[in-house]
Design a protein around this ligand. Structure first.
Ligand code: B12
Ligand code: SF4
Ligand code: SF4
Length: 463
């Protein structure tokens, strides 16, 4: 008997009249020296079944033997393993879990086109490792399954505090001198840096799987690895890609992080999420203050406040500064307006809907109320040490001191009054050119606004 292995590949077949997708992760070819008559494969099947049962004894290994045509389907053993794996994922604190086959990413061509159109801006890492995003094999050799998980975060939005219509300078200019000057942080960043939290939970899940399937290999990834996460999340059945490009789940909305556990253990894939529940809605496209969607489902990141405040290292182009409003770090507007996120994330739990899924015991992602809003005047006084101490373990570390102080100055230019001038005047002497330039811009804006307010006052009465 000779045995050989084929590399992973996928195929589509009809099973009971319904489309069925599966992965042939490895095929063991056998040859018998006993002649078998055409149409009579009983002897072959018997021997193959015995061989298959040897493999099936390995936990998590699924195998189906067929003489003539090989139709591998998940064995009850691997389905049971998948079910227990999913239960374990919930125990680890994940709100959603699904399994996608480890085949080429459906959206890879779309991703390449997106890069070619220049929408990635200065995010050089996306260009550098572009080809690696074609197939998860680039992260884990021999990968067969991609277990996609979602970890929810809850932010600060309350009914009385809708996201500021950034760019609405009339509203912003009404800031009274008694009101605190504060700058808004995107919900996902109102807590610890999510990467270690996600990796920690994924590693617990990986350890469980490795215990169940000795010898299997895993890789835990979130955000930084070359994986098109939303693509695989859709294929794992976690939701659809909205017109705002977020992955949206019908009951969970879109305020969650994605993570992936890659494994060479073969697991039965879930059905991909096929419908797109956006319908005729265009709320996100209209609400985006920088008009960052050239068309539905496509984001030009170079115009997105999230990119401008977090990823961009240089000065923020002047045409987007006013539209930033009071967003200091990231932006949630295209999610806040999405009907699929309505009724969720009020911090007052009494306003939560009573859907059974929301009542389920979950390990919440830690939320820090002190990170909901930050004082941009205080931030301008931060040196490198203050910055490190306060933000090293948070997502805000990503923008570095330069980016955060630059953003603080711009927010002050948009909403600040004369109280901000001393801090800004100090910042125009900062050693960092990017901070100096933003501070000078903000001073100019505040002075223009103050002088227009005074020129609008009625003249003093003449005795
Ligand atoms: C680069 C990046 C950004 C960039 C660009 C965002 C973008 N829309 O592309 C910037 C800095 C702007 C950004 C912002 C944000 N990000 Co971001 N970001 C990423 C990152 C690292 C890569 C995304 C990417 O490759 N973009 C390029 C586009 C082309 O790919 P894509 O968005 O995945 O789109 C796929 C599908 O849309 C699909 N597709 C679309 N159209 C079509 C059509 C066809 C025919 C097909 C077949 C496929 C297809 O194919 C694409 C490629 O797979 C991912 C993590 C990861 N590794 O995936 C996180 C990620 C997408 N970001 C995330 C978050 C939370 C955010 C913010 C909400 C943060 C904030 N509050 O400020 C914002 C949201 C802005 C927005 N509306 O997207 C989460 C999203 C979770 C979710 N529920 O969707 C991710 C997954 C990180 C994580 N691990 O949780 N981000
Ligand atoms: S995150 Fe903000 S700026 Fe970016 S696309 Fe959404 S609404 Fe527009
Ligand atoms: S706001 Fe409307 S169009 Fe945009 S993602 Fe949500 S449902 Fe889709």
């Amino acid at each position: 008997m000779r045995a050989s292995e084929t590399p992973p590949r996928s195929a589509g077949l009809l099973s009971r009249g319904r489309p069925f997708r599966f992965v042939i992760a490895g095929t063991v070819f056998v040859a018998f020296d006993t002649p078998i008559r055409c149409g009579n494969t009983a002897g072959l099947s018997g021997r193959l079944s015995r061989l298959a049962s040897l493999f099936s004894a390995l936990p998590g290994c699924s195998m189906m033997a067929k003489g003539g045509f090989a139709l591998p389907t998940p064995t009850p053993a691997s389905s049971a393993l998948a079910t227990r794996l999913k239960a374990q994922a919930v125990q680890c604190g994940f709100a959603l879990v699904g399994i996608a086959p480890a085949t080429e990413a459906d959206g890879f061509a779309h991703f390449r086109e997106w890069l070619d159109r220049g929408y990635a801006g200065e995010m050089a890492y996306l260009h550098k490792r572009a080809e690696a995003r074609r197939h998860p094999q680039s992260i884990l050799a021999g990968v067969r399954s991609v277990v996609m998980v979602a970890m929810e975060y809850r932010g600060s939005r309350r009914p009385e505090e809708p996201a500021t219509a950034a760019g609405d300078s009339a509203a912003l200019a009404t800031v009274s001198s008694a009101a605190p000057v504060r700058a808004r942080v995107a919900k996902y960043a109102q807590g610890p840096d999510y990467h270690p939290v996600m990796w920690g939970r994924l590693k617990t899940l990986a350890a469980w799987l490795e215990g169940e399937v000795p010898g299997c290999h895993t890789a835990a990834v979130t955000d930084t690895a070359p994986l098109l996460e939303r693509d695989f999340a859709r294929r794992a059945g976690l939701g659809w890609m909205g017109k705002n490009t977020m992955l949206i789940h019908p009951r969970r909305g879109s305020f969650f992080f994605l993570g992936a556990l890659l494994t060479d253990c073969e697991l039965p894939p879930d059905e991909p999420f096929r419908p797109v529940h956006c319908g005729t809605c265009t709320a996100c496209l209209q609400a985006c203050p920088t008009q960052a969607f050239p068309e539905p489902f496509i984001l030009d990141a170079t115009k997105c406040i999230s990119y401008l405040t977090i990823e961009l290292r240089s000065s923020i182009p002047p045409q987007y500064r006013e539209a930033m409003g009071d967003w200091l770090f990231g932006c949630d507007i295209c999610q806040d307006v999405c009907p699929w996120n309505r009724r969720r994330f009020w911090r007052d739990e009494s306003q939560q809907p009573s859907h059974p899924e929301t009542r389920r015991e979950e390990v919440p992602f830690p939320h820090d109320p002190d990170l909901e809003w930050l004082d941009p005047i205080e931030l301008l006084n931060y040196d490198a040490d203050n910055f490190r101490q306060r933000f090293k373990k948070t997502s805000l570390w990503r923008s570095r001191r330069t980016g955060l102080l630059r953003n603080a100055a711009i927010v002050l230019g948009n909403i600040g009054d004369e109280r901000a001038l001393p801090a800004l005047e100090k910042a125009v002497r900062d050693e960092d050119e990017v901070i100096r330039e933003a501070a000078a811009w903000a001073i100019e804006r505040i002075r223009q606004r103050t002088s227009s307010v005074y020129s609008g006052l009625p003249s003093a009465p003449v005795d």
